[in-house]
Design a protein around this ligand. Sequence first.
Ligand SMILES: Nc1ncnc2c1ncn2[C@@H]1O[C@H](COP(=O)(O)OP(=O)(O)OP(=O)(O)O)[C@@H](O)[C@H]1O
Ligand SMILES: [Mg+2]
Length: 292
Amino acid sequence: MNIEIKNMTKIYPRGKKKALSGVSMTIGEGIFGLIGRNGAGKTTLMRILATIMEASEGEVLFDGKELMANKDEFRAQLGYLPQSTKLMPQLNIVEFLDYVCVMKGIKDKTERQTRIASAIETVGLVGEEKKRLHSYSGGMLRRAGIAQVLIGDPRVLIIDEPTTGLDPEERLYFLNLLSKIAHGRTIIFSTHITADIEHLCRNICVLESGEVRYLGDKASFIDRVRGQMWEHRGSAREEELLRRESVVTSVTYVDGSPCVRYAAPSPLTPASQSVSPTLEDAYIYALGGVKR
Ligand SMILES: Nc1ncnc2c1ncn2[C@@H]1O[C@H](COP(=O)(O)OP(=O)(O)OP(=O)(O)O)[C@@H](O)[C@H]1O
Ligand SMILES: [Mg+2]
């Protein structure tokens, strides 16, 4: 499915500033990564796309059709997993998914059983069927959430910060799961970690303070700082200079001395070495540099 967002703005009734401001983008099939810091507007954008909330201005089209005017048609093809979901803790996964099937109006019991078994298999929860959901780990709950949205075989998945709080192993498992179910679907997922989008998505959007800072493919994003990234190891005084004169993308301390990665058209200190840009460099650069 093709989703087109045109000039979207959102002002919350009691909001002090615009949560989204003139946001435009087109999202096609595959995994699309929405990345931004806390408060960037990721959840706001996703809630509008999930038809839970209306934008203050702008338009959303899915396959050329206006979203809100065709809300039911869109919802029938949508799986939305909010940032914090409370599944039903007293149920086990089979009972929970059966409930989801019933709510979706799937009356035939055999049909429900087939769909449930297939969803459990896809998300790797085979063998965990008897446990109640309250005893599931964070990662298992996230997978149960995916099973829940897969029940309806959606063409669009909107998943808000699914990797937050997962341990490294669960995080990787979850990211692989997304790529496994991506075929033929449009998956929009948000994160504040560049590592999440490193291998998963080709197209990304960087949001900051409600505005699009970058939109396009990941490779071109990194190319924006290619040939302009330097690393300098030195004193705190030099760190100050680099913070003033360039865009610093990271500072780490080695034996008490700062090691500064920065973007500038040419090296700013004699000790600077040219380094290959990483996705993280490009991201921090797009946000205007590291915070103190
Ligand atoms: N219900 C609300 N009323 C007023 N302001 C809100 C409301 N929800 C969000 N905001 C504001 O809108 C902006 C965007 O918030 P949003 O939750 O969309 O960001 P986010 O990128 O999802 O952040 P996070 O990474 O913390 O989830 C923030 O400034 C936030 O304070
Ligand atoms: Mg959010």
